[in-house]
Design a protein around this ligand. Sequence first.
Ligand SMILES: [Fe+2]
Ligand SMILES: [Fe+2]
Length: 274
Amino acid sequence: MANEFVARSLDEVRFWSRIMKEHSLFLKLGFRCEDTQLINEANQFYSVFESIENRANAFTVETDPHTIVRFNEEVHNAASHIWVFKRKVLGLILRCQLPGANNFPLLVDHVSREANYFRNRLTELNTGRLEPLPDAIIDENVFFLRIMADHAKFISHLLDPSERKLVDQANNFSHDFDQLLFQARDLESMRPQSQTTPLLDQFLDQNRVSVKALRDFKKTARDLIDACRVKSIIHPLLADHVFREAERFLHIIDMFETSLTGRPVSTLHSMFED
Ligand SMILES: [Fe+2]
Ligand SMILES: [Fe+2]
C-alpha cells in the first residue's frame, strides 16, 4: 500500500509539474514586453515547477512514503501559488488592464482549473480519502471533458483563419465535446440513481471514442506544426501539451473501465509505468 501511494504520487507530480511549468511559459509568451513584473513571476513559477519535476523524477517507488508526504505538501503549496497567480492574471485581463496581451481569458481560466485539479489530487493522495469509484468516474469525466472542449476551442482560435479545413475540424470537436459535457452533467445530476454499472460503462465507452479521435487530431496538428506545414500562432510545445493531456484522459478512462468491470482494456497502459 505504501508503495502504491508513492507510485501514484510520483505519477501525478511528474505529469502535472511539467504541465504547470509549461503553463508558466505560455503565460509569459502572452504578456506584453512592458509587463516585466508578470514576466518575472512567470519565470519564477517556471523554475519552481522545473525543480519539482526534477526531484519527482529522482525519487523512486522505494522512496520513504514520509518523504513523499512532505514533498506532496510542498508541491500542493506551489500549485496553490500558481493558481493565485493565474486568477490574478485573469482578473487583469477581464478588467482590460493588459490591452494587447495575447492570452485568451478562457485559456487562463482553463490553466487555473488544471492547477486546482492538481492541488485536489495531492490532497486526496496525502489524506488517503479517495472518492468512491462511481463518483470519481463522473467527476473526472466532467472535469476532463470540459478541458477537451476548451482545447478544441483554443486550437480553432489559434489556427490561421485561412486554414479553413482544420478550423472546421476543431470546431466540430468543440461541439462534440460540449455535447458530451452536457451528457456528463446530466448523469451527474441523476446520481446516485444513474450510477449503475451498465450506464457508467457505456458513458466511458462513448467518451473514449471521442477522446481517441481528438487525441489523433491533436497528434496530427502537433506534427504539422512541428514540420511548419500549417499556418498558426500555436506554439509547438502547446500542441504537444494538449496532446499529452488527451493521452492522460484516455489512461484515466481505461483505468476506470478496468476497475468498473474487472476486465483490462486491451489498450491499457498502466498509469504508473512511464
Ligand atoms: Fe494544460
Ligand atoms: Fe489543458
